[in-house]
Design a protein around this ligand. Structure first.
Ligand code: S3P
Length: 423
């Protein structure tokens, strides 16, 4: 159980959502006019996308503004002269492959150790079906692509990865005929919203249909605050007596709101207001306060997991503090994220004395037990690192090191915010 006397109090607007940032940067790069994108997060994953695009001849420069902003001028791509380094970012790699297909580019992709372990078959196979030549290390990095899309795609099986769906939506822009991309309705819909915003040849029913489109003119847009980063702060606030936080201009999108919806359902003291629906992505203010009796006994399964897939590590931390049992099923995907997140959560929590069981596709956590401080293994995974930093704070743990470099992948300001808001 927690034993800190400190509390978290503050009001904040977070840097832009990483998932949206990748996509909006890539889409702006198709447009010959200048686009201005406000609130671009300066995290390593998004920087990987930025660098890859620059290597392909796209101009991306800082735009002077109160919040970090970029000017992107695109329209003409060239083949990169050196291998493109996607770092830790699966989104960069998967979606850049689609962007290469859309623009007939040739190049080679590399990445860090974690990315080199991740399977890419789900994206490579459909691209090969479209006629693209791809060489890989048994469906892993390094990947060389020589893009020559010959036919539109007509898939029958639903895609249950937003990265793959978005990548194929990009590749489909190469052809005059519509590609058909069946997809799981719960996968995040940021690309669809951008396609509508840019008025491309696109429609979505139970399938997505996309074909070659004219990019009209440059745009200005603000990326809403990162809801996955908000989730960490909200979880901490709910658990620590006397804490409260107000998060302004944060993303409000049902495909990303699973964790917040679940918390509200558990009786969390959370208020959503100032919903701003003037833009293609909505924003809101989330106010969260310490909640004494959060309801335990929760079950995560195929019906609700997709909309909170990146929040499962922090949900597990929360589960250790709840009375009752948290059951996480149908979560096999977590084994192929930046680390094996099921294994990573299990190993760390088990070491700390948690009542936890591991299954191939999930975990069962019985909460309420006293946990012991120990050095955490982040497995080089940013979301594991941040989740366990929060648990460490909660139990006033005595870790002998922190995870500065790792958290830079998605939430470089995490430690700064914790220092600032901890009273
Ligand atoms: C993402 C989709 C999810 C998520 C990842 C970001 C995206 O992955 O886990 O962090 O931006 O589309 P999958 O597409 O593999 O489900």
């Amino acid at each position: 159980m927690y034993n800190t006397n400190k509390k978290i109090i503050g009001e904040i607007a977070l840097d832009g959502d990483k998932s949206i940032a990748h996509r909006i940067l890539m889409m702006a790069s198709f447009i010959p006019e200048t686009s201005i994108i406000y609130n671009v997060p300066n995290c390593l994953d998004v920087n990987s996308t930025k660098n890859c695009l620059k290597e392909c001849g796209i101009s991306i420069k800082p735009h002077f503004h109160l919040i970090p902003s970029l000017e992107v001028k695109g329209g003409t791509f060239r083949n990169p002269e050196k291998p493109l380094d996607c770092g830790n970012s699966g989104s960069t790699l998967r979606m850049m492959l689609g962007l290469f297909a859309a623009n007939g580019l040739t190049g080679k992709f590399i990445g860090d150790e974690s990315l080199c372990r991740r399977p890419m078959k789900r994206i490579i196979n459909p691209l090969i079906q479209m006629g693209v030549s791809i060489e890989s290390n048994n469906f892993k990095l390094p990947i060389s692509i020589e893009s020559n899309v010959e036919k539109a795609l007509s898939l029958n099986k639903k895609i249950n990865s937003a990265q793959v769906k978005s990548s194929l939506m990009l590749a489909a822009l190469a052809m005059e005929e519509y590609s058909k991309i069946p997809y799981d309705i719960d996968t995040r819909n940021h690309m669809e919203l951008i396609y509508n915003f840019l008025d491309l040849n696109f429609r979505s029913t139970e399938n997505i249909y996309v074909k070659k489109s004219k990019f009209k003119k440059g745009f200005r847009t603000q990326i809403p605050g990162d809801i996955s980063n908000a989730a960490f702060l909200i979880a901490a606030v709910l658990l620590i007596p006397g804490s409260s936080i107000k998060i302004n201009n944060v993303l409000y999108n049902k495909t990303r709101f699973g964790f917040i919806d679940l918390l509200i359902d558990m009786g969390a003291n959370i208020k959503i207001d100032n919903i701003d629906d003037r833009h293609y992505e909505k924003m809101c203010t989330i106010t969260a306060q310490y909640t004494k009796n959060l309801r335990g006994n929760i079950e995560i399964n195929k019906n609700n997991i997709m909309r909170m897939i990146d929040e499962i590590p922090i949900l597990c931390i929360l589960a250790t503090q709840l009375e009752g049992m948290t059951v996480i099923k149908d979560a096999k995907e977590l084994r192929i994220k930046e680390s094996d997140r099921i294994g990573a959560v299990f190993e760390n929590l088990f070491k700390m004395g948690c009542d936890i069981e591991e299954f191939e596709d999930g975990l069962i956590i019985k909460g309420g037990k006293k946990l012991y401080s120990t050095n955490i293994n982040s497995f080089g995974d940013h979301r594991i690192a941040i989740s366990f930093e929060i648990l460490n704070f909660l139990i006033e743990g005595k870790m002998t090191y922190s995870f500065e470099k790792i958290i830079d992948v998605s939430f470089p300001k995490f430690y700064e915010y914790m220092d600032h808001f901890i009273k």
